[in-house]
Design a protein around this ligand. Structure first.
Ligand SMILES: O=C(O)CCC(=O)C(=O)O
Ligand SMILES: [Fe+2]
Length: 227
């Protein structure tokens, strides 16, 4: 598969990169101690079965469809732990920085832990309904130490202008501390099948839009669903 290597695109000036291309990768925004704490918490939630199988669609039209995505998620909140409060504070700083630098008018942020178990994936999609203006920027922080190429699970990013069957322009391995940020409405992306459990935090900055679609994610406990 033809793809730009990660090292070619991760630039120190990732905010400018985001403005120019709609996609940026940074390895330095979240402190390593926080990445480790998030990893410990994600693993514990997974082991204690406190992650729920994720679905697709708006609330009210929400379905678990294992042919589209296979991950388990849990929404974060400041109240759940100090680690989550710390992460949400860092992402609040990033919101203010992005608003200052790029005049984006981002209003709120929501994020969930995600675990993709072996053979998990998320088929090619956009993170926002075009025109709904609900999600503006997507962020994904990876939490995996010792990730090898053979483990798969890359985030594949596609050129929005290219035909649907064109190969990705970028493959991002889910290494601990790597964060990918991209325009939710514009950038088609996909999680390639993973060979072992892959932990991440997916998050979205939104505008203040009362008509915005509610969460795309499942709230149903795993135990209530046939897998
Ligand atoms: O984990 C990733 O790399 C991307 C996840 C994703 O696309 C999503 O949750 O919408
Ligand atoms: Fe996505």
């Amino acid at each position: 598969m033809q793809a730009v290597q990660l090292s070619d695109i991760a630039t120190p000036n990732w905010i400018a990169e985001l403005a120019a291309t709609g996609v940026a990768i940074t390895h330095s925004f979240i402190p390593p101690a926080l990445v480790s704490a998030l990893r410990v918490e994600a693993e514990a939630y997974h082991q204690d079965e406190r992650l729920a199988r994720a679905g697709v669609g708006r609330i009210g039209d929400h379905q678990v469809d294992l042919s589209i995505r296979r991950d388990k998620t849990r929404w974060m909140s400041r109240e759940q732990s100090e680690t989550q409060a710390w992460y949400l504070s860092e992402m609040e700083s990033l919101r203010l920085l992005l608003n200052r630098e790029l005049f984006l008018g981002l209003f709120s942020f929501e994020a969930h832990y995600a675990a993709y178990e072996k053979d998990g994936f998320y088929a090619r999609h956009l993170d926002a309904f075009r025109g709904a203006r609900n999600r503006i920027l997507s962020t994904v922080l990876y939490l995996n130490e010792d990730w090898d190429e053979a483990d798969g699970g890359e985030l594949a990013i596609f050129d929005e202008q290219a035909p649907d069957d064109a190969p990705p322009t970028l493959l991002v391995p889910p290494h601990a501390g790597t964060m990918t940020i991209f325009l939710s409405e514009d950038i088609p992306h996909e999680v390639l099948p993973t060979q072992k459990t892959r932990y991440s935090i997916a998050g979205w900055y939104r505008l203040n839009d009362r008509l915005g679609a509610p969460s795309l994610q499942a709230v149903t406990p795993v135990s209530n669903l046939a897998s």
